[in-house]
Design a protein around this ligand. Structure first.
Ligand SMILES: [Zn+2]
Length: 315
């Protein structure tokens, strides 16, 4: 086995380790939530579809607005209660996406997508988990304004953590979609793939949605077989990451590859192949001779790949 490469200090995984107290016990108290909306210490993130509105500042931009400021920005939809941070209530407001788009030309704002905000470090990293929480929750609301049981318009209740149907009395709760993201490994080698939408030179883990009635382990084995034709044995859980694009939970795993031949599903992947540990270490360090890279460290794929390179897993 090759010696463990020195990859430097471990970066923080994006959107995780939230400092927010979600204070779920407060959600049912409409009067208390209304009081928090009017509390001068309360702040809101402003999210227009995929876009987040930031106020220009140095060294990092400011994503927080008073609720009056947020509402004055333009036509908005849902306001949701995220919890408490630094002793004050945090909300997220759904701004009309076209209004957010229009703010791109305004001198006082930076308006961009959450991936760019995370990768470029545009805000303090502690803001990423609550913005992810708000973005995923608001996305759910935008697509669940009608009852999936009877079709009647539903009402936001509990600070945005439920929608109730006045017609059939159905209660609807925000969902998270579980996705397996895995690295098939065999000794000193692993399989990486390239999606059609990846930037040139980037290779990553394989991934796919868990289907109803399926365990994490079975989903890892099925997706790996479907995408690259590799048969997997043992599956080892690594870590998870909320992935608000739009509402996923990435479940990171390493899988023991028990076959060799790669058969690529060209509908899913642009390419896939075996890599040895040394080559992957060069990719993590951005020192690959052909410029090949892994995903950035805000993404769990980086951490799944790095843990294998550093010999910290035993699938
Ligand atoms: Zn209904």
């Amino acid at each position: 086995m090759s010696p463990r490469p020195d990859l430097g200090p471990k970066p923080r995984l994006g959107y995780t380790a939230s400092s927010i107290d979600r204070a779920a016990e407060r959600r049912a108290d409409a009067a208390a939530l209304a009081a928090l909306e009017n509390d001068a210490r309360s702040r809101s993130y402003v999210i227009g579809g995929e876009l987040v509105v930031l106020r220009k500042a140095t060294p990092v931009h400011d994503p927080l607005f008073t609720l009056a400021e947020a509402r004055a920005l333009g036509r908005s939809a849902e306001l949701v209660f995220l919890g408490f941070l630094d002793g004050a209530a945090r909300f997220a407001l759904a701004l009309d996406p076209s209004t957010a788009e229009g703010f791109k030309t305004r001198e006082e704002f930076i308006v961009t997508d959450l991936r760019s905000i995370a990768i470029r470090g545009l805000v303090d990293a502690d803001h990423l988990p609550p913005v992810a929480e708000g973005k995923a929750l608001l996305h759910w609301h935008a697509r669940h304004r009608f009852c999936s049981n009877c079709g009647a318009p539903t009402n936001l209740v509990e600070g945005g953590w439920r929608r109730d149907c006045p017609s059939c009395k159905g209660q609807h709760f925000p969902r998270t979609d579980p996705v397996v993201i895995m690295l098939p490994v065999a000794g000193e080698r692993c399989v990486l793939g390239r999606s059609h939408r990846f930037q040139a030179g980037m290779w990553s883990c394989l991934a796919g949605f868990i289907e109803p009635g399926e365990s994490i382990e079975d989903a890892v084995r099925r997706e790996t077989r479907e995408e690259v034709g590799i048969v997997c044995g043992r599956v080892a859980y690594f870590a998870t990451q909320p992935w608000p694009f739009p509402t996923s939970l990435m479940i990171g795993c390493h899988a023991e590859a028990r076959s060799e031949e790669i058969i690529i599903d060209r509908g899913e992947l642009d390419d896939a192949r075996w890599f040895d540990r040394e080559e992957v270490a060069a990719m993590l360090l951005r020192r690959h001779p052909d410029g090949l890279t892994t995903p950035p460290s805000v993404a769990i794929a980086y951490h799944i790949i790095r843990a294998w390179v550093e010999d910290e897993v035993e699938p």
